[in-house]
Design a protein. Structure first.
Length: 556
């Protein structure tokens, strides 16, 4: 773990990786804490009912499930999919999978049947843990998943219900009766730190989703990237929560597993729709001290007026990543929480490699921080040559690195394309300033070329968000016969704001006078909502596709 330091340079100098040759995530996050009744999980369901679990509870329950899974014929290296929202069963399934030497495949509960079919088929999942809602989706594609042999259902109402869903003889099994009938004694598999542990599917920008295969060491690789933006986590009294689903790397490996590695309790609550007022309520009621709040959640919470008057929250640290925060959100965070929100950066294949720690370094608007201690991050050209400070290029991470993925599952060509020599190229563009901070520009295909300038959308979006009439904004480039591309902004107005031609001119002048003449949006469209990924990132690619379709229809 990171040693508390008084400066960034000191933190880097004092950091050393400690990755043992043999390491098992499941044993690490529960068994080493099982000797006490220390709180591990607070679970709140949508009706407001609560359940609390100690680390001992989680160790024994995961032992029982590991035994039950092996009794169903699963073996080392088999894939087990987990299609559940934040819940005790989700955590138990993950820990049991790692203990048994299986490979976990987390799946987002809101996926449709096509998304589920692709991921289950591509991973070759032999088992699935889900609930009644997930079971109804799987029933429609069950016959197209020949490798899927065992389905455990956490809330199956009756055997008759299962028979209605499945026409084949291998019926779903009730999760809790199986767990309760199994032994609570289990010795975790003797896994190497480099043995596969989980596959997380990443959408990327083109083609079908790719499964990023991670080793057991990925947890250890995440630790400095969690400890740094959470101000040398853990500290006495810490308790973590995120609205990000545990099916994504941001929920699973930025919050749940690192917290449990350190013996820190986690709040589990995942409403079907994010409610910003409710988020403030949860932070206060459960004494949350540390939170990962994606930028979209922060932007929605920013629209809640005077939350301090109704909710006595006392956070110690907030981390955020996925989109550049910018000065507006940083200022709001200081006024609302009394702390600086620490931005961090990474991706499913190689997460949490850049970030801020406001306690020892300045958080600079528009800059996503410096390389997290332990990681070598650089800006390189397309041939893998490091570029000088100030010159834009590809964000890249040097291998070997404990947080880096092993490969794309069953996709060696895509794995090769991810690397240039020993550099993993993220697909994002940025530039490094002279003081070592990185300025994010955008996805490689998000960068706008206009009148000879290369423009990143993030800076313009941040500027637009500072406008008093703008709730959310997204920026793309659209074809322009003179400029190559013109900057177009899609704006969600704040409640009560009537968009009109005067507002268009006002937001254009706002950007022109604050950034540069070549960066202001020559085109502005007001929309009710922006297309988002399931993790809250703006889907600029969707906006570009819509614009291309409109142009094709006009020229049709």
């Amino acid at each position: 773990m990171l040693v508390p330091a008084k400066s960034y340079d000191e933190a880097v100098a004092r950091f050393r990786w400690r990755v043992p040759a043999r390491f098992n995530i499941g044993a690490d996050v529960t068994d080493k804490h099982a000797g006490s009744d220390r709180l591990a999980l607070i679970y709140r369901d949508e009706a407001g009912a609560e359940r609390r679990y100690s680390f001992r509870d989680m160790a024994l329950l995961s032992n029982r499930l590991a035994n039950a899974l092996l009794a169903q014929g699963l073996g080392r290296g088999d894939r087990i999919a987990i299609l559940l929202v934040q819940s005790p069963e989700t955590a138990i399934a993950h820990v049991a999978a790692y203990k048994a030497g299986l490979i976990a495949v987390p799946l987002f509960a809101l996926f449709g049947v096509e998304a589920l079919e692709y991921r289950l088929a591509n991973s070759g999942a032999r088992a699935l843990v889900t609930d009644a809602v997930g079971l109804s989706k799987i029933a429609a594609i069950r016959d197209r998943l020949p490798e899927l042999r065992t389905v455990l259902v956490t809330d199956m109402a009756s055997e008759g219900e299962a028979n209605l869903c499945f026409a084949r003889g291998d019926q779903p099994l009730p999760f809790w009766p199986l767990v309760e009938a199994a032994s609570d004694r289990f010795t975790a598999a003797d896994t190497s730190a480099d043995d596969p542990a989980l596959i997380i599917y990443t959408s990327g920008t083109t083609g079908q989703p790719k499964g990023a295969l991670h080793a057991h060491r990925v947890l250890l690789g995440h630790l400095p990237g969690v400890e740094f933006p959470h101000e040398f986590f853990p500290q006495a009294g810490d308790l973590m929560w995120t609205p990000a689903d545990w099916a994504w790397i941001g929920g699973l490996l930025d919050v749940l597993l690192p917290a449990w590695h350190h013996g820190v309790p986690v709040l589990a609550y995942r409403a079907r729709k994010f409610d910003p007022e409710e988020a403030f309520f949860l932070l206060a009621k459960y004494g949350v001290r540390n939170s990962f709040l994606p930028p979209t959640a922060l932007k929605l919470m920013r629209q809640v007026e005077t939350p301090q008057q109704r909710h006595a929250y006392k956070l110690r640290s907030i981390g955020s990543g996925g989109e550049t925060l910018g000065g507006e959100l940083l200022d709001w965070g200081r006024a609302t929480f009394g702390l600086t929100i620490n931005e961090f950066y990474g991706q499913t294949e190689c997460n949490l490699v850049v970030g801020n720690c406001a306690g020892i370094m300045a958080a600079k608007p528009g800059l996503m921080g410096r390389a997290i201690p332990g990681h070598r991050v650089a800006i390189v050209d397309d041939e893998g040559n490091e570029l000088p400070d100030g010159e834009p290029g590809n964000v890249a991470v040097r291998r070997p690195d404990p947080v880096m993925f092993l490969e794309y599952w069953r996709n060696p060509a895509a794995t090769r394309e991810k690397f240039v020599g020993d550099w993993l190229v993220t697909g994002d563009t940025a530039r490094r300033e002279q003081d070592g901070y990185f300025r994010f520009q955008g996805r490689a295909d998000d960068v706008i070329t206009t009148a000879g300038y290369r423009v990143g959308p993030a800076e313009i979006e941040d500027c637009l968000l500072k406008h008093p009439a703008v709730a959310m904004a997204a920026v793309i480039g659209v074809p322009d016969p003179v400029r190559t591309e013109a900057v177009k902004a899609f704006i969600v107005p704040k409640a009560g704001v009537a968009p009109d031609a005067r507002l268009v001119r006002d937001v254009q002048d706002w950007v022109r006078t604050r950034l540069a003449a070549h960066e202001y949006p020559r085109l502005v469209e007001f929309v009710d909502a922006l297309p988002m990924t399931t993790t809250g990132k703006i889907q600029r690619k969707v906006l570009r596709e819509r614009e291309a379709a409109k142009m094709a229809e006009r020229t049709g």
